[in-house]
Design a binder for this molecule. Structure first.
Ligand SMILES: [Zn+2]
Ligand SMILES: [Zn+2]
Length: 339
């Protein structure tokens, strides 16, 4: 078992242990958990009264449903996103944006093939896997679809939602594929992953990170308890790209069923913002409006205007009325300049 463990550092900052398992180098059981992790879980279950927590921040059973013959991916008919395969409480394809559900197809509409399959594991598939591996152990899933803590459970599997619950003494906690979260296009996603894994580490005697990318600076910083390195790197990146705390950041989201109306509203807002920015020449203000990244959600088109500015509230002033008056316009302030 020791041979598969890359690094095993105890008492780093926190008194609990943390280990990174490189999934590229170790045998995996059905592609879900490493054999070493399963051995450690068995040890906890048989030799202690402690619980186990597995953290995977992805709802559903599989991230997407595809045809293995022609790669056709099922997308929501109202949104531009792949539908998630759910297996509980019933099998269905679900859109996490507009909640549209479809029965799980058995035939591909493109090539009429039958080799259809879910890809990208999520909590429900891990839950099912664990029920097969540990048939006599009580297992509890915690996510937005299943919110009740089963007091007698020994194994808990959940998304970020599970971290908000108190689930007794945790012998081992497993952060499963934390790198899969990093493709979420948010400037502070690394900070969220870092914080969540640290929380997991602080509540468990031993935290295992099962990853395909053990060399990722984020994972190395977590492993070494190196908050200073994480902070320095994160702040340097934010300074370079002018994100909070070095500039204020806001998104204006405009949604409409009609593309021409949508573009009209966006153009007006864009012009007002640019006029305001012209008044503050010499300050590093930026307004970005890119029509090519238009989204479709629940049958409506969405354009986003991003504003980065050290004078954020001043720049936003002239469009405040538009935001209050027009139900198609939404303003999200993600952070202000404080450094
Ligand atoms: Zn097909
Ligand atoms: Zn949808």
């Amino acid at each position: 078992m020791m041979s598969i463990i890359l690094q095993n550092l105890s008492r780093v900052n926190l008194s609990n242990q943390i280990t990174v398992i490189d999934r590229n180098l170790v045998p995996l059981r059905l592609g879900i958990l490493s054999v070493a992790t399963l051995e450690q879980m068995t040890e906890i279950l048989t030799e202690t009264s402690e619980n186990i927590l597995i953290y995977l921040n992805r709802r559903g059973a599989y991230k997407a449903y595809i045809c293995k013959d022609c790669s056709h991916t099922w997308k929501c008919p109202h949104c531009d996103v792949a539908m998630t395969l759910h297996t509980s409480p019933k099998s269905q394809l679900l859109c996490h944006h507009c909640h549209t559900s479809l029965p799980v197809p058995e035939t591909c509409p493109h090539c009429h093939g039958h080799k259809l399959s879910g890809i990208g594991i999520a909590v429900q598939s891990v839950e099912q896997f664990l029920r097969n591996e540990f048939p006599t152990v009580e297992i509890c899933r915690l996510d937005r679809d299943q919110k009740n803590v089963v007091a007698t459970a020994r194994i808990f599997i959940g998304t970020e939602y599970a971290l908000r619950h108190h689930i007794g003494k945790i012998g081992v906690a497993i952060a499963l594929l934390p790198e899969s979260e990093l493709n979420i296009p948010e400037f502070d996603i690394e900070e969220r992953v870092y914080t969540n894994i640290r929380a997991l580490w602080s509540i468990s005697k031993h935290c295992l990170i099962e990853t395909h990318t053990p060399k990722l600076p984020l994972i190395q910083d977590i492993l070494h308890g190196n908050y200073k390195s994480f902070l320095t790197r994160t702040l340097a990146e934010r300074k370079q790209y002018q994100y909070p705390p070095y500039a204020g950041l806001a998104y204006i989201r405009v949604k409409h069923k009609n593309i021409a109306t949508l573009e009209d509203i966006c153009a007006k807002i864009n012009n007002k913002l640019k006029l305001e920015i012209d008044k503050h020449e010499g300050t590093s203000n930026q307004v970005l409006y890119d029509r090519s990244v238009r989204l479709k959600r629940a049958g409506e088109y969405i354009d986003t205007i991003m504003i980065r500015s050290p004078l954020l509230l001043q720049i936003l002033e002239p469009i405040q009325k538009e935001v209050l008056r027009n139900r198609s316009v939404e303003l999200m302030i993600r952070g202000e300049k404080i450094l």
